[in-house]
Design a protein around this ligand. Sequence first.
Ligand SMILES: [Zn+2]
Length: 281
Amino acid sequence: MTLNLEVLKKDEHNLVFVIEGISIEMANALRRIMVTEIPVMAINEVIILKNDSPLYDEIISHRLGLIPLKTDLETYKLPQDCECSGFGCPLCQVSLTCEITNTTNNPLEIYSGDLKSNDPLIVPVTPHIPLVKIDKNDKVVIEAYAILGIAKDHAKWQAVTNVYYRFFPKVDLDDSKCTKCPDKCIVSRMCPKNLFDFSNNKAPKLIKDYQEKCALCNACQLNCPENAVITDREEDKYIFSIESDGSLTFETMIKKTFEIFNEKIEEFQGSLEELDIDLTA
Ligand SMILES: [Zn+2]
């Protein structure tokens, strides 16, 4: 099987790519792995030694759990796979502490960036997430422990904030039929994404790279009075869009997705071989 992957757009939090050569079942399997099975770091245990803030300990703990943390999958192991059997050791756990006394005369806001990690690589993705506000002379002392986990167990361990795929669109425009069209091009007006260029007022043209924007709404095919447009989708070709909170790089995420996918296939094959199916029944 050959897989083709072409990146259309990439920035810090978004990745859009075209993937070719896989079935829809495999595309969906990849999506589900990304949503639920890629491990990331999140705070799982909090010890609140002092909390003078107006927020309950539970609310602060909940907020701490939701802070996206930069994750290093090379160094850290899932607690259940660790030699310490999940008891907590430098290979499966990171501690983050925060000790702040408001010595100013104004209320003081505490942010995710105020958490001090014992591993400089495992820190909040952004230091600007507000945690709690304390009044003058008030104090907050927190000890928190982050571990790797997967979103199947809790959404705080979700590596992606959103992931979806859609069919790769194919729009055939036969502009020889356009000369007979009685009206101004209705198709170029009906397309909600403005994918038809009708600037020359004679025949519409599809804009360059229209596939990236086309949502296959079919408005063109349904509204063209001369049946000049036929919409379809390419076989085994999809556009994937991934949104990430930044805890993992997209490279690591994609690599890990295929790693997990292959593990699942191997496990399935192993289970099949063990099965003793009686075909005579
Ligand atoms: Zn351990």
